[in-house]
Design a protein around this ligand. Structure first.
Ligand SMILES: Nc1ncnc2c1ncn2[C@@H]1O[C@H](COP(=O)(O)OP(=O)(O)OP(=O)(O)O)[C@@H](O)[C@H]1O
Ligand SMILES: [Mg+2]
Length: 252
């Protein structure tokens, strides 16, 4: 029996047959505004609430903004940081400005995977982390696709080796068909893709689990919504993109 880690996203564990298999490194990919950051924060928050320490690495937003945005959903990151159960790794500011005084974990050069991994390793050990989210891994390899696979393997070895289950956020263009490039897509243990589609003048949110090593999973594209409480997936309905329709799973 594989141990599973609950995503903390209502409906999501149902389509993963119970959750993410422990120690999997999962690529959470999607275009701009699809909900990747919120999903990743919700995953970390759910762990904290269940007594599993976590690390949130931010390369896309200022750590102060990360805490503020999480709090808008009722996820008080700061209180867990103060308890030593959560580490926010600042790979955004480069240690410039006030962040150098306030942030405990700072990556000076976010394009240097070696530095990022050594700060990450320290953060994981300090809080005894079980869950990791990196938002995002894209800057680590965007200008060097030939080494993307190697970087992802190193990252995966580090995270799984320390017993962590992780979400690696990856950015793609709005209408891109792939998930993050061949090296990356094959290296990771799972791929969850979030989408935003404009149909008849309206945006629709949906997600699909493209792969998840170690478990069976839903083979359907499910609608989801973002509310003041975060992300909620509808495991009982299918979003049929081509028709712009949400239909019950059994009728599909
Ligand atoms: N309280 C809320 N209620 C409903 N929707 C919200 C709320 N807060 C944010 N959103 C939606 O979530 C989107 C942002 O989600 P998120 O930051 O997770 O996107 P992302 O995939 O990380 O994007 P990017 O790649 O640009 O970082 C907003 O564009 C908005 O549509
Ligand atoms: Mg984001």
């Amino acid at each position: 029996m594989v141990e599973r880690v609950s995503t903390g996203v209502p409906g999501m564990d149902d389509i993963l047959n119970g959750g993410i298999p422990e120690r999997n490194a999962v690529l959470l990919t999607g275009g701009p505004g699809t909900g990747k950051t919120i999903f990743a924060q919700q995953f970390i928050w759910a762990g904290l609430e269940e007594g599993e320490p976590g690390v949130f690495v931010t390369l896309e937003e200022h750590p102060v903004q990360v805490r503020r945005h999480a709090k808008e959903f009722g996820w008080d990151f700061q209180s867990y940081e103060e308890e030593g159960l959560l580490a926010v790794v600042d790979a955004f500011t480069g240690g410039i400005g006030r962040a150098s005084q306030y942030e405990k974990y700072v990556v000076k050069d976010p394009t240097d995977p070696g530095e990022l991994m050594s700060v990450l390793r320290k953060a994981i050990k300090d809080v005894d982390a079980r869950r990791i989210a990196i938002d995002s891994v894209t800057p680590l390899y965007i200008d060097k696709p030939s080494v993307a696979r190697r970087i992802m393997f190193r990252m995966k070895r580090l995270l799984a080796g320390l017993g962590c289950t992780s979400l690696l956020v990856n950015q793609i263009a709005a209408h891109e068909r792939g998930f993050g490039g061949p090296g990356v897509e094959h290296a990771v243990d799972g791929i969850i893709r979030l989408d935003l589609d404009e149909i008849d003048g309206r945006l629709w949110r949906s997600l699909i689990v493209w792969k998840m090593r170690g478990t069976a999973h839903s083979m359907y594209r499910h609608p989801f919504e973002i509310t003041d409480e975060g992300i909620k997936v509808d495991p009982e309905h299918v979003f049929v993109k081509e028709r712009g329709e949400i239909v019950p799973l059994k009728e599909e």
